[in-house]
Ligand binder design. Structure first.
Ligand code: F6P
Length: 361
């Protein structure tokens, strides 16, 4: 019997999503003659039974394409779904309807490609009977159970290029330049791009900063003839004893707070404290857009083919992952335990400290 497999992409878009869709579909079509359907707009497509068939031709030529050909949603959660009643919105559990819809699709497996929010929902759906395999996606690199996620390398590459460009203005104008990067409550992007871009001060959510410490580093550099400083900070960074800066709340979303703005706050405070001209640049969604790097294309292809293999073997309730230089499967239960953050004694932090980089603490 010909197998029928569904694929969905959930959460924020990310370079490499199409490369995974391509890899899963091509392997299953070529090796199993499987029929592939693409669920549109993440879990929203399961709520509305909105999907399309994906032929071999449909997944050709998408390896280098950013975003997702299936569309995505970072608010649709079957266990907490926003239902409108007049002008009021009620959050309802409509998972039974979604599970019924999955059944009616007659699929033998469903590949859910997403970040921690999407994969936590995938785990719940799996526990409720859906045949799900996960693939870890996020520029934030904060998914438990895998060393790395696809999208991260692309984001770090874009952010590093941004820091390089900011460097020239910082140097020419003798300014403090602050570059705010994404990553939510994990500092992976800022840590990697900060080191790759030669940041003088790197601020991470995991290490609360002191304004006085940052000011002292900047002034010391000034004394040594370095009349500029580059501060790379993660959007989830916070001062000692303080809290994160929230840009907006998306109340329908599984993870409701959208962070952003700490760079401007710090810039204003630092300019007052030091008397040195300070400017802030927020890299924002540029980090998520466009074509994946060669590294991410390869990683996405590997994770996609691993997920296809797991579907063939019926390894449901698991996620394709990377451990060392091996592709492995880890249980979605482990993944759903929350984000993976940067350890304070991470080797990259130690080596950056040893060359004089400050982490603001
Ligand atoms: O998880 C990816 C990410 O880009 C985070 O780094 C960022 O905090 C968030 O998504 C932004 O979400 P949105 O696109 O909803 O503003």
């Amino acid at each position: 019997m010909k197998k029928k497999i569904g694929i969905l992409t959930g959460g924020g878009d990310c370079p490499g999503l199409n490369a995974v869709i391509r890899a899963v579909a091509k392997k299953l079509i070529l090796e199993q003659g499987a029929e592939i359907i693409g669920i549109k707009d993440g879990y929203e497509g399961l709520v509305r039974n909105n999907y399309r068939k994906l032929s071999y031709q449909d997944v050709c030529g998408i390896l280098t394409l950013g975003g997702t050909i299936l569309g995505t949603s970072n608010v649709a959660n079957p266990y907490r779904y926003a239902c409108k009643k007049g002008d009021k919105t009620e959050m309802k559990d409509i998972s039974q309807k979604v599970l019924k819809n999955i059944k009616s699709l007659n699929i033998d497996g469903l590949v859910c490609i997403g970040g921690d929010g999407t994969l936590a929902i995938a785990y719940q759906l799996y526990k409720d009977g859906a045949p799900i395999v996960g693939v870890p996606k996020t520029i934030d690199n904060d998914i438990r159970g895998t060393d790395i996620t696809f999208g991260f390398n692309s984001a770090v590459t874009i952010a590093t290029e941004g820091i390089d460009r900011i460097h020239t203005t910082a140097q020419s104008h003798h300014r403090i330049m602050i570059i705010e990067l994404m990553g939510r409550n994990a500092g992976w992007i800022a840590l990697h791009a900060g080191i790759a871009g030669g940041g003088d001060i790197i601020l991470l959510p995991e290490i609360p900063y002191g304004l006085d410490v940052i000011a002292a580093v900047v002034k010391e550099r000034y004394k040594r003839g370095k009349r500029f400083s580059i501060i790379v900070l993660s959007e989830g960074s916070k001062p000692k004893g303080g809290s994160v800066v929230v840009q907006r709340f998306v109340k329908e979303s599984t993870i409701q707070a959208r962070l952003g703005g700490v760079g401007f706050m710090l810039g204003e405070q630092l300019e007052k404290y030091t008397g040195l001209e300070t400017r802030t640049v927020v890299m924002g969604h540029l980090q998520r857009g466009g074509s994946p790097t060669a590294f991410d294309r390869i990683l996405a292809t590997q994770l996609g083919t691993k997920a296809a293999l797991m579907i063939e073997k019926g390894e449901f309730g698991y996620m394709a992952a990377v451990k060392g230089n091996k592709l492995v499967s880890v249980s979605l239960e482990k993944v759903a335990k929350g984000p993976k953050t940067v350890a304070e004694k991470h080797p990259l932090i130690c080596s950056a400290l040893s060359i004089g980089t400050s982490f603001g603490s």
